[in-house]
Design a protein around this ligand. Structure first.
Ligand code: FAD
Ligand code: UDP
Length: 377
């Protein structure tokens, strides 16, 4: 990395990073380790972005922005994060409340047998899926993905209602990639994820972020919108991890982001539900209830849970993958590419439905690119 920014940075920072979530924090750590001076600002009162965790009033470790389960197939990502945390192995399990039963999701052999009162083997359930699957010419939408694998009835019971609630759209209006996140299995594997690495940071995400950001070259400024300080603090390159449309003052209109309202509750008993998450595809206004102690492994005589209520308005949490939004994003992406002085990275800034590990991988790749492009350093 060259030191072309040295002159301008004498009085300030080499980098101003907007957002202290995974994207911003990984870049702050990498750049600081490469000798750069970094200011990272977040408008929230804490680091960690949506992965932030904290102890609630009862002393239970919770995820205020909904359950965050770490899983990845990337050894590079896992090893990188392992510099900042130890891990507790954890395999997430999810049940879906359907027709009065709590059944495994992703749909597997047991789901089918218990739902229909059958006793099929793995081989037989493959034939069963084939017999109910609908022929789809080209799999384009989130409806196509599911009906072409497991047919209309399972689609209606497990996916249609959940998706309509979660996104405010019918699965036929969403890209295939959304429901394709959830596989179908013919065996009895009831883990939600099948990745090589599945583990939770032993002391939580916030502790991991603290480790990442505790570097003499990194200064953290919270409760601050970057616009408040942009003109006041001398800095070199800007790295932006907030919503891309907001950066450009919504000049092409608002990019849709789906929001959620979280209802947190603590109960006076040790366990609330049998697994980390129970999905409610067809009943209630919420999509799922998650119980943190399953996920974190904490022992406590009380337990805390969170209900997720999808909303159109509110903090942006999910990009909405569908063709017209991709078109609109392309216009913002063109503006972003033209800005040599700013790098856009992360789930909101690149409008991608990314998991945490994908954001870490994207941030690591961005660092490598910055290293090779001295003009941007
Ligand atoms: P964020 O974490 O959103 O960080 C961006 C930060 O920028 C925010 O803190 C924001 O306050 C700040 N910011 C924005 N604008 C400004 C501004 N103008 N000035 C200053 N600061 C600003 N992923 C998984 O891998 N596993 C899971 O189980 C999982 N569960 C999830 C559950 C829910 C309910 C949600 C919403 C997401 C989940 N994710 C999960 C995805 C995960 O949260 C994201 O991949 C990851 O947190 C994205 O990191 P990021 O740094 O791109 O964005
Ligand atoms: N989905 C569904 N029923 C379920 C679980 C998931 O219809 O029981 C669909 C829904 O559209 C959801 C998507 O699959 O938004 C992806 O699910 P995932 O659990 O990965 O969502 P996230 O944890 O990112 O909210």
């Amino acid at each position: 990395m060259t030191d072309s920014g040295a002159a301008r940075s004498k009085a300030g920072f080499d980098y101003l990073i907007v957002g202290a979530g995974f994207a911003g924090s990984v870049l702050a750590e990498r750049l600081a380790s490469a000798g750069k001076r970094v200011l990272i600002v977040d408008r929230r009162p804490h680091i960690g972005g949506n992965a932030y965790d904290r102890y609630d009033d009862a002393g239970v470790l919770i995820h205020p922005y909904g359950p965050h389960i770490f899983h990845t197939n990337s050894r590079e990502v896992f090893e990188y994060l392992s510099r900042f945390t130890q891990w507790r192995p954890y395999q997430h399990r999810v049940l879906a409340s359907v027709d009065g039963q709590e059944l495994p999701i992703p749909i597997n052999l047991d789901t089918v047998n218990r739902l229909y009162g059958l006793n099929l083997t793995s081989f037989q359930v493959e034939d069963f899926f084939e017999s109910v699957a609908e022929k789809v010419e080209a799999v384009r939408t989130s409806e196509d993905v599911v009906v072409s694998k497991v047919g209309r009835d399972l689609y209606n019971k497990f996916f249609r209602g959940y998706t309509r609630k979660q996104w405010g759209l019918d699965p036929s209006e969403l890209d295939a990639s959304v429901t394709a996140r959830v596989p179908t299995r013919t065996n009895r594997d009831d883990r939600y994820f099948a990745d090589t690495y599945q583990a939770m940071p032993l002391h939580g995400y916030t502790r991991m972020f603290e480790e990442m950001l505790s570097h003499p070259h990194i200064k953290v400024m919270l409760n601050t919108d970057y616009r408040e300080i942009l003109e006041l603090i001398p800095h070199g390159h800007l790295i932006y991890t907030g919503p891309v449309d907001a950066f450009f003052d919504f000049q092409y209109g608002k990019l849709p982001y789906r929001s959620l309202e979280f209802r947190h509750e603590t109960h006076d008993r040790a366990q609330f539900q049998p697994v980390g998450t129970v999905n409610y595809p067809n009943d209630y206004a919420y999509t799922r209830i998650s119980e943190f102690k399953h996920i974190t492994g904490q022992r406590h005589e009380r337990t805390s849970v969170v209900y997720e209520y999808p909303q159109a308005e509110g903090d942006p949490y999910y990009p909405v993958p569908r063709p017209e939004n991709a078109e609109l994003y392309k216009k913002y992406e063109a503006l972003a590419r033209a800005r040599r002085d700013v790098t856009f990275v992360g789930r909101l800034a690149t409008y991608r439905y990314y998991n945490m590990d994908q954001v870490v991988a994207q941030a690591l790749a961005t660092f490598r690119r910055l290293e090779q492009e001295p003009a941007r350093v």
